[in-house]
Design a protein around this ligand. Structure first.
Ligand SMILES: N[C@@H](CCC(=O)N[C@@H](CS)C(=O)NCC(=O)O)C(=O)O
Length: 216
């Protein structure tokens, strides 16, 4: 089976290590599956062919011998289906995996983005400081709930899986934020996820792509 994912050829240093093709790279590393990378240079994301693969012109997109699709959560669920290592072991684990992939992307990621992105992309604008306490409250609420679920659990579902990959990549956004230290259960879970060799492999692969395509 040939698997291809899309990635940007290069992004500025502040974004390196955080581009969302890290998610399929990590899942594929855990699964021990080889893959090719379809690199996008300036303007390629707007090309009609790419828009037929990823309608929003984003990365990652994914294809294998049978299907092509986009959205990192959907991609990871597909990779899990193809892997004896990542495939949920029963219907309940599969349902919980889907629920936590959606939960990470829908209930947590937007709240975390609200906290971290204004300072990155709107630094110095009047509304940023006033918005921050609201964003912090929302993140607190979600972390409280997540800590409640994780208490006494090693992983989100019965064993490490793609839901943990999505969740860890979402929570990583908080690593520079003081709020995470207030949730030792979540902090320890994130450390557990990031200690996996698959994460290091994925990170190194993403950095290698950007190093190879560094603008002159
Ligand atoms: N919901 C999408 C989001 C993908 C996404 O935000 N990708 C970013 C890179 S990390 C991107 O392509 N940004 C360029 C853009 O939005 O035009 C997913 O999870 O796959």
């Amino acid at each position: 089976m040939t698997i291809t994912i899309s990635s940007f050829a290069w992004v500025p240093p502040f974004a390196q290590g955080y581009v969302k093709d890290l998610r399929p790279r990590w899942a594929l590393a855990e699964a021990g599956l080889d893959y090719k990378v379809h690199l996008l240079s300036e303007g390629d994301a707007d090309a009609p062919d790419y828009r037929r693969w990823q309608p929003f012109g984003q990365v990652p997109a994914y294809r294998d011998d049978e299907v092509q699709l986009f959205e990192s959560g959907a991609i990871l669920l597909r990779i899990a289906e193809r892997s004896d290592i990542l495939r949920p072991r029963d219907a309940q684990e599969a349902a919980q995996t889907q629920a936590w992939v959606f939960g990470a992307l829908n209930s947590l990621e937007p709240k975390i983005d609200n906290l971290i992105l204004p300072g990155t992309f709107h630094a110095g604008e009047d509304w940023v400081d006033g918005f921050r306490p609201h964003a912090e409250r929302m993140v607190d609420l979600r972390l409280t709930s997540l800590a409640g679920w994780l208490d006494g659990r090693e992983w989100l579902t019965g064993r490490f899986g793609v839901a943990d990959i999505v969740m860890a990549t979402v929570l990583r956004g908080l690593q520079e934020e003081p709020v995470l230290a207030g949730y030792p259960v979540v902090f320890a879970y994130l450390e557990r996820c990031l200690a996996r060799p698959g994460f290091e492999t994925a990170l190194a692969a993403q950095f290698a792509t950007f190093a190879e395509n560094e603008p002159a």
